[in-house]
Design a protein around this ligand. Structure first.
Ligand code: ATP
Ligand code: MG
Length: 391
């Protein structure tokens, strides 16, 4: 809203004066009609009677007074007064009628006038808000939008909530990048160490050569796995992972992962229980990936020979699947954190099982994208059961 626009604005014409103008013009029309009628009357009836003949009136019109006398004689003054009165009443009635018809327009004009008068106030508020937003610094955590205007309080709260969510997300991203760099640093340092070793003794010592090659291969493999996990999450965060939705049988899917797990991992006893056909709509390969992540954890955190049970089921009318192991279990205090990025319980770190703490974060992303949720039940040294419930 510019001040230029304000200057150009004119006070609207009131509907009262428009109605009066219309009333006067129609009154004028009536007056003209009367004048024409009166002239005709004068010429047809009065003028002939002034001439000779029976009933002729002896008046000579030589002056204005004579004319007035003539009018009085013929009682024309009464007619003229009546006509005048009729014209006045006509003007009044017409004005009132037009005014009544224009009254909605008047209300509209009043409202528009009120709004235009508020313009300045709105402009001031807008300016105040603009200044307050300009003074905000997104990096300072405790800084909030404040204008001091009670009527802007709702807007302030909404903006402050949005800012707080943006700051949280920014902090999460920053932590993710720093954790990722930290995680990548370890395998790089190991690879460099072995490369140095190769450089010094590898050419002569066969044992060092073999050990170094083996270590470099394994470290680069785990680094590749980590980079793939990071890329998955980064793509997910930026909305670049589309879902390939189709209808599939959850029991069939679980049977497939059961067969492949039993084939790859001979150290555990895999079992499978199915509730028959369970139709699900979703991205089958992503949901399968989430199931594999749970199975990989069950295998990693269960001692050799332990049992791992896979199930497809219907939980409260919802399609679901679960992975249950007889492993080390998760302490109660760790359970709320296991889906956080890079979170690993102390036990898992010390046991040198390998991993970066991204598996469950990826599974969570996949299941939440499908509108599903997790249920975790775990006891230390007894085992863990994680159930995925799809909508
Ligand atoms: N079945 C399980 N039994 C015991 N602890 C588990 C189990 N599943 C997950 N955890 C705990 O949750 C943590 C997070 O699991 P997550 O799969 O995200 O990471 P990770 O297995 O440590 O590493 P990654 O999967 O990235 O290779 C694990 O470090 C472990 O402490
Ligand atoms: Mg894992």
């Amino acid at each position: 809203m510019s001040s230029k626009g304000k200057k150009n604005r004119e006070k609207p014409v009131s509907t009262g004066s428009i109605a009066l103008r219309i009333g006067l013009s129609s009154g004028l029309n009536l007056l003209l009609i009367f004048i024409v009628l009166d002239v005709v009357l004068f010429c047809v009836f009065i003028l002939p009677s002034l001439a000779d003949g029976p009933g002729a009136v002896e008046i000579n019109i030589n002056s204005f007074n004579d004319f007035v006398q003539l009018i009085r004689e013929w009682k024309i003054d009464i007619l003229l007064r009546a006509e005048g009165l009729m014209v006045v009443l006509w003007v009044l009635a017409d004005t009132l009628k037009v005014r009544r018809k224009l009254s909605p327009l008047q209300e509209f004009a009043d409202a528009a006038l009120k709004l235009s008068e508020m313009d300045g106030e709105i402009e001031q508020r807008y300016q105040k808000l603009e200044n307050a937003i300009e003074n905000l610094s997104p990096a300072e955590d405790d800084q909030k939008l404040y204008t001091g205007d009670a009527e802007l309080a709702g807007l302030e709260t909404a903006v402050n909530k949005l800012m707080s969510r943006m700051r949280d997300s920014y902090r999460q991203q920053a932590r993710f990048v720093s954790d990722a760099s930290h995680e990548l640093r370890t395998p790089i340092a190991v690879i460099r160490g072995y490369a140095d070793m190769l450089d010094r003794w590898g050419k002569t010592d066969e044992k060092v050569l073999e050990e170094s090659i083996e270590a470099i291969k394994s470290e680069s493999e785990s680094m590749q796995h980590l980079v793939e996990q990071l890329l998955f999450l980064a793509r997910g965060d930026s909305g670049r992972t589309p879902l390939n939705i189709s209808e599939f049988d959850l029991s069939d899917m679980m049977k497939e992962v059961w067969e492949e797990s039993a084939m790859i991992d001979k150290a555990h006893d895999y079992r499978f229980e199915s509730r028959g056909e369970i139709h699900v709509r979703g991205d089958e390969s992503l949901i399968k990936q989430a199931a594999r992540i749970l199975i990989e954890n069950a295998s990693k955190y269960t001692p050799e020979g332990g049992e791992i049970m896979l199930k497809s089921l219907v939980a409260d009318g919802h399609p679901a699947f679960s992975v249950q192991d007889s492993g080390i279990g998760i302490s109660e205090s760790d359970i709320p954190h296991i889906f956080e990025r890079f979170y690993r319980a102390d036990d898992s770190r010390s046991k040198q099982t390998g991993g970066s703490g991204l598996g469950l974060a990826i599974a969570k992303w996949i299941i939440e994208r499908h509108g599903g949720r997790f249920e975790v039940i775990s006891r230390k040294d007894i085992g863990t059961r994680i159930t995925v419930i799809l909508p």
